[in-house]
Each structure stands twice: as structure tokens, then as C-alpha cells.
Design a protein around this ligand. Sequence first.
Ligand SMILES: Cc1cc2nc3c(=O)[nH]c(=O)nc-3n(C[C@H](O)[C@H](O)[C@H](O)COP(=O)(O)OP(=O)(O)OC[C@H]3O[C@@H](n4cnc5c(N)ncnc54)[C@H](O)[C@@H]3O)c2cc1C
Length: 490
Amino acid sequence: MDMTRPGRIRSIAIVGGGTAGWMSAVLLGHALRGSDCRITVVESADIGIVGVGEATIPPILDFLDLVGIDREMFVRETRATIKLGIRFQDWKAIGEHYWHPFGSFGCVIDRRPFHHHLQRAAEWGEARGVTDFSLGAALAQAGRFVPPDPRAGLARAGLRHALHFDASLVARTLRTVAGRRGIERLERTVVDVVRTADGHVDELLFSEGEPLAADLFIDCSGFRGLLIEGVMAAGYEDWTHWLPCDRAVAGPTALTGETQLYTLSQALGSGWRWRIPLQHRVGNGYVYSSRHLEDQPALDALARAVGGDFLAEPRLLRFTTGRRRAFWKGNVVALGLASGFLEPLESTSIHLMTSGLYKLLDHFPDRSFDPANIAAYNAALIEEYETIRDFILAHYCLSERRDTPFWRDVTSQPLPDSLRARIDLYRASGRCPFRQGDLFADVNWYYVLHGLGLRPRRPDPLTELSDPRAVRDVFDQLARDVQDGVAAGR
Ligand SMILES: Cc1cc2nc3c(=O)[nH]c(=O)nc-3n(C[C@H](O)[C@H](O)[C@H](O)COP(=O)(O)OP(=O)(O)OC[C@H]3O[C@@H](n4cnc5c(N)ncnc54)[C@H](O)[C@@H]3O)c2cc1C
């Protein structure tokens, strides 16, 4: 391949057949449909997929719609259930909880976001909160679901949900879709590569069979980062000093009677555990810091917390929180676990994959692989990774817990300047800066910071100009909308 001569990308090799690999295949196949670009997914029969990753956020549904995957088929095939948000149990203090629901929260009043009015209303004794004005939280609490309906009041108009699914079935379902759409699949193990004079990857070499040449390589090989690290030596920025959790034990249990339409995240002594109900089982895991807890006690703690037998042998997973220094280097783009890892506290990994893919389309290269284009892609994704890191870190650093060495450590460590500035601003004014396109808007920050007990010294001064009676009327109407939504739910 002559990399000095610009030209259209005619072939893409995706290394890895996990969630990242098949999502990449489906999206790129969709975006490049009608072109002569050949897309091949290479997956190893000897190296399995990580097979965890069961909670998502609402943009997953936009992804399915965009690539033309029928939602009902996907839900059926992946044994998915509805997720209305996350319940954070014991994070602020043992026995307390807060919600991070999906969907709208109240409404804008006099151009000021709802949560600013709620902060002001605390001055006149308003006691209602998130579950009164967020239909997502109210439904999750009640164990009910109702479809969004723009004709049934603001709360139902703004309702959004995501999915819990069986991770091992997601790659399989996407693979079937991709196969029907002409994506090629090679079951091979990559053992080496051939590089061009300028250091780009030219061909993949396999343990057996012919080499595979391509113009663009997508590295979805999981934690090992076969191409991005093994070949391109992108480097890794380790964030363990901020987010010390580096292991998880995960095991399924049988479904118990109650309906739970949310992810439970419960803070434990040296990390936190998830509980994710699917159609056929419950996914459980304990994410913990190996500096503070050994593996067997972690497994014992998970077993105690789930209160039942595991249906399969629990698995131990090791990870290093952080990100590649470059997600795209030369003609290699890393997605999924190959690009970095952030613990699944806010279910962001699969979202980061799709976000990386959308950005790849926004920066889609030709064969010149212009460095300015690559730098712009990397900068955009680094910003997104760092904002999500700060969001996750906020759950830990603002906790009031001091009951174990883990909690004493995570609440006393120095913070990234970006998070420190955000917390300072919130403390001063209740405001949370965010940019267009940020995954977490100011209301998401509100849920977490408010849930952890942070209160602004002075609410937004403009909320004082609104007529308190009119504001109270809006509050009452919204609360009724939410109650009606819950009553209509099943
Ligand atoms: C404990 C834990 C909990 C998580 N929970 C969530 C969650 O709730 N929500 C969420 O969004 N995300 C979650 N994640 C992240 C999520 O699991 C991953 O983002 C997702 O599974 C994607 O993995 P992947 O496709 O990048 O890698 P993998 O699943 O590891 O797939 C790697 C692929 O590369 C192939 N491969 C590797 N080496 C070679 C080779 N030499 N030759 C050929 N093929 C090769 C393998 O065969 C495999 O197909 C979690 C992760 C962990 C660790």
C-alpha cells in the first residue's frame, strides 16, 4: 500500500469480535454502505471475549435505530430488560441512597434549568426531590414502566430508558446482523503484522492462513491492545491513583421475584457492587481495589451481598483504569477495552465505543492519514474520557464515608484540577459547566453532587426573579405528571 498517495479507504480490518468489534463492524458497514470498502472482522477462537458489560445508557437505543437494528429483536436476542437509571446505595453514607435517572427532570422555568429552581425552593422549605420530578426515578422506585408519550404531559414526553443485556449475547447478535450485511469474518489469531516504511500497519499475519492487508485497522482486541499498544506503542495513562479499583469478581444468580428496572450500585467496604437483572438471570459483580482487599474476601463479600448461590463459577477480572495516550495512531484506531478502561459505575464503556465510532466518522480519513485530522480525533476523545473520569471520581471523593481504609483514601486524595474546579463552581453557585455534546449534562452532575450532600452556597440569582407562586404551581403540575405516569405504568 502506498501511503504517500492519498486515496479513499477501500478496506478496513477490525481485530476483535467482542462488543467493540461487532459494533464497529455494524456501524462502519452502515456508514459505508454503497461504497466498495471491504470490512473484515478478525476474531480468535482461542482468545475469548471479556463477556461482561451488561448495563447501558439511553444512547444505545439511538445506536440501534441509527444502524437499523430492530429494538424488539435485539431485546429478545440479548435477553434484555429496561433500565431507567441507577440507584446509588450507601455511597453518601451507609443506609442512604440517591438516584441517577434517565430522561427529563422538571422543566425550564424563566430560562433557568429546573434544578436551579429546586435549589432556590429549598429556601422556602420545598421538600420534594428527584423521585417527585423525574418520572424515570419515580418509575424505577415503583418498579413500573410506561412508554414515553409526548401527549401525556412533560414527564412522559421526556422519559428515556436504556437496556440491561447479556453481554455474551450482544456480540453474537451483532455478528449475525453484520454477516447478513456483507461484513466478512475471519476466525484467525493475529500473531504479527507487516509494517510499511512509515510505520503504518500494512498486513495482519495469522497463526495459519494468508495474511490480510487493509488500509485502516480498528483495534478491538480488548485490554491487550494488540495493535495500538503491541505494534504502535501508543502508551497508557494510568489513572489508578485517582480511581484505585482495579479488579472485579462477577457471577450470575437466579432471578428473584421483584421487578428492578434500574442498575443497583451499592458501595461496599473497598469498592462497590452492581446488580443487573436480565430476563433469565441477575448479573452481579464487586469492583474493588486490590490494594485494599484480596480476591477471596471480595468474592465472599459479593456472595454475602447477593444472598444466594451463583449459577456459574464467579470470574475474576483485572484492569488498569486509564486511557491510551493516543486512541488513533498512524492507520490504527483503538476502540473498546483496547482504548482504555473506566470502571462501569456509570455504564459508560459501551457508550465510549459508539462515541468513538461517531467521532471516527466525523474524522473519517483518506489514505493520507493526515496528522491534523488524527490529532483532532484524539483531542475530542481525550476530553470525553477525562470528563467521564471526573464524573465517576465525584461519586467517591464527595462521600461522607470514612469507615474503611478504602473510603478514607478515596475521600482524601488530591483531585484532577478539572474536577476540583467543577466542584468549586457547584459549591459556589449550583452550576455545572458542560459543553454541547457532553455525555453528562449539568442535571446529571446535579443528581450526583446533590445526592452526595453537596449544597450550593448561593443558588442561581436569576431564580429569585421568578414569581414563587408561579414556580410552585409548575412544581405541583410536574409532580402530578410524574404521579400520573407512575399510575399509568405496569
Ligand atoms: C468488570 C467489568 C464490568 C463491565 N461492565 C460494563 C457495563 O456495565 N457497561 C458497559 O458499557 N461496559 C462495561 N464493561 C466494559 C465492557 O465489558 C467492554 O467495553 C465490552 O465488553 C467490550 O469489550 P471489547 O470488545 O473491547 O473486548 P473483548 O470482549 O475482550 O474482545 C476482544 C476480542 O479480541 C479478540 N482478540 C484478541 N487478541 C486477538 C488476536 N491475537 N487475534 C485475533 N483476535 C484477537 C478476541 O478473540 C475477542 O474477540 C465492563 C468491563 C468490566 C471489566
